[in-house]
Design a protein around this ligand. Structure first.
Ligand code: AMP
Length: 512
């Protein structure tokens, strides 16, 4: 692990990594490393070839000199913490290296930086945006990792990247909490034991709001009042703000819907702490909630009735999935949802050569049929064997796993209209991977959709699924998909592994 303290040395390091064709991750931190930072490091190690952690306490983002002075710093300890992770380099410049005496240009991050933290900490996000841009320019990462813990900061950085056309992908990771649910923060070290106990009011109040929301209470004002009430019972903590906002502009909402965020800041003794929570359906994983928030678009108030959807439960279920066809068609085109999601999941878009297209909606990524080959069914095991991969991560690096159908029909068949809507996303997604040549299309809905919308054949120009598969249980063909250009695709069709697959042979035999 190299420790780098100058800009020149850092640039040489990056140039060397680039020359060797390596993807480079940057995890920007202010040091005093803890499990929150380390979760970003783990993510980076998994996704990129070379990982750089920057450690720099950026004075310009502190609005109080006292806060800056007592911010915990221990470079040697941080280096010890990082060593077992086999991080490639730590970039730890001194302040003079980053800010010369003549320094005078800053980035003004605009609307998204105004409310909440921006309102409480004058100039904070100007400092953040400026140092992040500097770090991006110095380190030139392929992918940069940030935490949901600083939710507004993540949105500020996203605007920075999008508005200034920075060539870096962002990955945001969920909040890491201690066993008592306190969001881990470098500032927690400054709390006395009593203050630490009192600080639990932050996560407790958010949990309470979540419980109410999941029980059906959608009035943001009611939920906010509950947070305030929880704080009122904890005299050592003073709430600075509690806001329930949309995840796009961070403006207060009247009704809380999935993807909305509750953000709080509070003082416990003299320590200022922040925390947040993304609302979503019960049981949604932290990653799924983040996806909901980060991929949301401004939308018409969701209290409005959605034509054709009668029950509240269905409406909520649809809102919970931003990719859903029905939702897509009615409320918002999620044009770049997938590209953003996929960029986060696949730093090297050139790597995957094959795709499995099925119907296994990623509402909860942990439920992917493909995640655990040992526990999986014959199909998954065969597929892993065939590819010679042992883990889901390895599998995913080589194969895309995608969904033909993104609505919430649970019956065996999805209406043709919904399949049509979904195909817009599917085409966009597949187009992102220039080397895809092999497709495994699972089940009859995906088959019809693939024929109709990827191969762009008319009804009647292709046989019904059952006829095509016939008695051998599978079929294959070579064809061009107009949206994927000139390349010739090898396409295999078989029954879906959770539905009728017993009539298809082992995938290994089929693809061999
Ligand atoms: P900091 O050192 O506080 O500037 O944090 C560096 C990065 O780590 C930021 O992107 C933070 O959002 C992230 N981070 C800090 N605490 C946590 C946490 N408890 N969980 C996840 N990410 C975190």
């Amino acid at each position: 692990m190299q420790t780098i303290s100058t800009v020149a040395e850092m640039r040489t390091f990056t140039r060397d990594a680039q020359a060797r064709g390596r993807s480079l991750a940057l995890v920007p931190t202010m040091g005093a490393l803890h499990e929150g930072h380390l979760s970003l490091v783990r993510h980076a190690k998994k996704q990129c070839d070379v990982v750089v952690v920057s450690i720099f306490v950026n004075a310009s983002q502190f609005d109080s000199r006292e806060d800056l002075m007592r911010y915990p710093r221990d470079l040697e300890k941080d280096l010890d913490t990082l060593r077992p992770f086999k991080v490639d380099a730590v970039f730890a410049p001194r302040t003079e290296e980053m800010y010369s005496e003549q320094f005078s240009v800053s980035v003004e991050p605009g609307e998204i930086a105004r409310p909440l933290e921006g309102a409480c900490r004058a100039g904070h996000f100007r400092g953040v945006a400026t140092v992040v841009l500097k770090l991006f320019n110095i380190v030139r990462p392929t992918v940069a990792y940030f935490g949901q813990k600083d939710f507004q900061q993540a949105l500020v950085v996203r605007r920075l990247v999008e508005d200034l056309n920075l060539d870096v992908r962002l990955v945001i990771s969920p909040i890491v909490r201690d066993s008592d649910e306190l969001a881990i923060s470098s500032r927690n070290a400054l709390l006395s034991p009593e203050e630490r106990r009192a600080a639990l009011v932050l996560s407790r109040s958010l949990k309470r709001a979540e419980e109410f929301a999941q029980a059906g209470e959608a009035q943001a004002e009611f939920l906010r009042a509950e947070i305030e009430k929880t704080f009122a019972a904890e005299p050592r903590a003073e709430l600075e703000y509690a806001a329930l906002v949309d995840p796009v502009r961070l403006e207060p909402v009247e009704q809380v819907t999935p993807g909305c965020v509750a953000l709080i800041a509070a003082r416990v003794g003299s320590v200022r702490l922040i925390d947040n929570l993304i609302f979503g359906p019960p049981g949604a994983s932290p990653d799924m909630l983040l996806q909901l928030a980060l991929t949301a678009r401004l939308m018409i108030p969701t209290a409005a009735a959605i034509p054709g959807f009668k029950t509240e439960a269905v409406r909520r279920s649809i809102e919970a999935c931003r990719e859903c066809a029905a939702y897509t068609s009615i409320l918002m085109p999620p044009r770049d949802f997938l590209s953003q999601y996929i960029h986060a999941q696949y730093p090297d878009l050139n790597a995957p050569q094959g795709a499995v297209i099925g119907r296994d909606a990623p509402r909860n990524p942990d439920n992917y049929l493909y995640r655990d080959p040992a526990a999986g069914n014959r199909f998954t095991r065969g597929l892993f064997e065939l590819l010679g991969v042992k883990s889901f991560d390895e599998f995913r690096a080589r194969f895309i796993l995608t969904d033909a159908i993104r609505c919430h029909g649970t019956g065996p068949h999805i209406p043709a209209k919904a399949l049509g809507y979904c195909s817009v996303n599917l085409r966009e997604e597949l187009r992102l991977f220039p080397n895809l040549r092999l497709f495994v299309v699972l089940g009859d809905d995906a088959y019809w959709q693939f024929q109709r919308f990827m191969l762009e054949r008319q009804d009647g120009e292709f046989p019904p699924f059952e006829d095509l598969l016939g008695s051998q249980g599978w079929a294959s063909e070579q064809a061009r998909a107009p949206s994927l250009g000139e390349r010739i695709l090898r396409i295999f069709y078989c029954y879906h592994p959770t539905y009728g697959y017993k009539r298809s042979p082992s995938i290994a035999a089929m693809l061999a």
